[in-house]
Design a protein around this ligand. Structure first.
Ligand code: GLC
Length: 651
């Protein structure tokens, strides 16, 4: 019955489309719309069905999808068709990403084009350009406070340059990832300006209140995201004489998705960037999309409905485009951003694996993999056509978002354990070589997170300062260990720019008033390209790290078992320092990789006999795919060096 209503509605909407849309040949568009409309209607109804103008809004939604389809370039449409046919394309092991700030890496878009050979030399074929959409000068949260969603910053270049970069990337078989900041706008955005000027229609784009009544109710349960620099979740706007919801910084106004006009605008913007050549759109801060009094306003059911609706609409207009969910939330919540059902409730194909990232840093500090093993084995299974973005470091702070139950299960007390980790990485713990800084310290809750370049957190800065070659080698081993794991865990590894050269903390931000309060700038480097040349100098730190990564990337690409088909099995080998799992090629069951990581600062061993029973790993001919060497053995025990990582295979 309901499908019939939906068919009827679709037909009447198609009749009402403007003549310039109706007269076009939109065969593929209509096929996809027909296939997805039941879901689109259903979701739109759940979100906005109570409104009198529901049908008019639905008509607008379909018109936006059709107009952007018409605007979509023929080359992109043929990529769409190819990807529909090969719909598992992004699960293959061939993809390796890098996230970079354009100004710090290459200055601008023209500069980036010149650096594509560098990325290809390393093996990177997916480039995430951190936000370049127009934002006001001065503080803009690293570009995450957008003042114009349809243009880029002049200092980055022009839209034409972005399109030609996209075409160049496609020729090189590289993917382009761009950010769309869906949760909020800058207070300088035209919508905010018009809201300020008193236009009710634009005040309705935000959460704006005349007095503190509702804000106070919200505050009872809303946490603070940036407690040091932006306490509270509302800001009084003098011009408007209203309290505006600003969950992040005071100049980032939260969008109100209970208004369908907001949803439709943001969909139009996502499709606009898809049409500018983005293969992947990173949707920022998606956990925050729906606000509800009496809750933390994170991970609400409606936030998921919004993402499902974005996905279904994008499947109609630009089906080759993928979404990344940036949801840095509890482990059991993150996985929900893939959607809960591959057919009717799909959301983002890719999600940041924040759980794995934080657990890796735990293992590095504790020298054991107890919590890492526990945390990963508690992760629920993800959907089939979904994959992780595995990273060791990114532009944000490291939050210790593990599950308290898991922390207790391995014998630690959650508060004390987190405090130890913060102390370990921020220099308050004597026996640690790490050089990080605290971020987002909250005196009310005792929480804190960690800033700092990956290499500095892994002890390289301290080791170089002390001129201690053994310590330098140890930190290089740690850096390669973390990267080797993100490359073999299952998913797309995302390298953070600079980490491939062992870039250290950058203290320059202290001198910039717009950045000084935000320690995340410590790890947002400006490249010294002369230093990058050191990668050709045998034995230099840069060469050892760069070549180590380059080699692991090349080997990853050659092993089909490292593609992500939910083909990982965690193994308990009875040694708490080791993190061990197998990856199996679903097409060739005997083609398995045994990944073994040792987080201790001395060699560790495990007994191969247990694994032999699985019939896959014969003791005799096991060798490490990265070095080509056979691991040292003591009878049936395989020995893994300190901070070592093996990708073991037979033959
Ligand atoms: C995301 C970004 C982060 C930013 C926040 C608010 O989490 O990664 O850098 O501060 O959103 O936009």
């Amino acid at each position: 019955m309901y499908e019939q209503q939906s068919h009827y509605l679709l037909n009447s909407i198609l009749d009402q489309l403007k003549p310039e849309i109706r007269k076009r040949d939109l065969r593929h568009f209509y096929t996809r719309l027909g296939a997805n409309f039941y879901a689109i209607h259903n979701l739109f109804q759940q979100l906005y069905g109570q409104r009198e103008d529901f049908q008019a809004q639905l008509l607008r939604l379909v018109s936006v999808m059709a107009s952007q389809y018409i605007a979509r370039d023929a080359a992109l449409k043929s990529t769409d068709a190819a990807r529909e046919q090969d719909h598992h394309w992004f699960l293959r092991q061939e993809w390796v990403g890098m996230a970079l700030y354009l100004d710090g890496f290459a200055g601008d878009l023209a500069g980036l084009r010149g650096k594509l050979p560098y990325l290809q030399e390393l093996g990177v074929n997916m480039v995430h350009i951190m936000p370049i959409l127009e934002c006001p000068p001065g503080a803009s949260d690293g570009g995450y406070a957008v003042s114009n969603f349809r243009n880029i910053n002049a200092r980055a270049g022009s839209l034409e340059e972005l399109e030609s970069l996209g075409a160049d990337l496609r020729r090189r078989q590289m993917l382009l990832t761009l950010d769309v900041v869906v949760n909020h706008t800058s207070d300088q955005h035209e919508w905010a300006q018009r809201a300020r000027a008193g236009e009710k229609a634009f005040q309705d784009f935000y959460y704006a209140f005349d007095n503190r009544d509702i804000p106070d109710l919200f505050e009872e349960t809303l946490p603070e995201i940036f407690p040091e620099t932006a306490p509270g979740n509302f800001t009084f706007d003098e011009a408007m004489k209203k309290w505006v919801m600003t969950v992040f910084n005071r100049y980032q106004w939260d969008l109100n998705y209970s208004n369908p006009a907001v949803f439709i605008e943001m969909l139009d913007i996502i499709l606009f960037w898809a049409n500018k050549g983005a293969d992947i759109v990173r949707l920022d801060a998606v956990a925050f999309l729906w606000k509800k009094i009496g809750t933390t306003s994170q991970n609400e059911r409606e936030a998921h409905l919004i993402l499902q609706l974005f996905k279904d609409c994008c499947q109609v207009t630009a089906p080759g485009v993928l979404f990344i969910a940036e949801a840095i939330v509890a482990p059991v919540e993150i996985i929900k951003y893939f959607g809960e059902d591959a057919v009717i409730a799909k959301e983002c194909e890719i999600a940041y694996n924040a759980t794995f990232m934080a657990l890796l840093w735990d293992a590095l500090a504790t020298h054991n993999a107890k919590l890492l093993n526990q945390g990963i084995s508690s992760l629920p299974d993800k959907l089939d056509r979904a994959t992780w973005l595995n990273y060791a470091r990114c532009h944000d702070d490291i939050g210790l978002g593990f599950d308290d139950t898991d922390i207790r299960a391995v014998g630690y007390e959650p508060v004390a354990h987190r405090r130890f980790l913060i102390d370990y990485y921020t220099g308050a713990y004597d026996d640690s070589p790490a050089r990080g800084r605290p971020f987002g310290r909250n005196d009310k809750t005792g929480d804190a997170r960690i800033s700092g370049a990956l290499a500095s957190l892994a002890g390289l800065e301290t080791a170089l300062e002390q001129g201690d070659e053994a310590a330098v080698q140890r930190s290089i081993d740690k850096i390669l260990l973390l990267h080797g794991l993100i490359m073999s865990f299952g998913g797309i590894p995302l390298i953070y720019y600079g980490d491939e050269l062992g870039t250290l903390n950058n203290e320059d931000f202290i001198n910039d008033a717009d950045k000084a309060q935000d320690s995340r700038w410590l790890h947002r480097p400006h490249y010294d390209w002369a230093r990058a040349e050191q990668r050709f100098q045998r034995g230099s730190v840069e060469q050892r790290i760069f070549d180590g990564l380059k080699q692991r990337i090349a080997v990853r690409k050659s092993i089909a078992a490292l593609a992500d088909y939910n083909n990982r099995e965690l193994l308990d080998v009875g040694n708490p320092h080791l993190f061990v799992f197998t990856r199996t090629n679903p097409a060739v069951a005997l083609e398995s990789v045994l990944v073994v990581a040792n987080f201790n600062d001395r060699p560790e061993q495990f007994n191969l006999r247990d694994l032999r029973n699985r019939g896959r790993f014969e003791v005799g001919d096991l060798h490490d795919k990265v070095s080509g060497a056979r691991p040292a053995r003591l009878n049936d025990q395989v020995v893994i060096p300190a901070f070592g990582l093996y990708w073991l295979m037979c033959s």
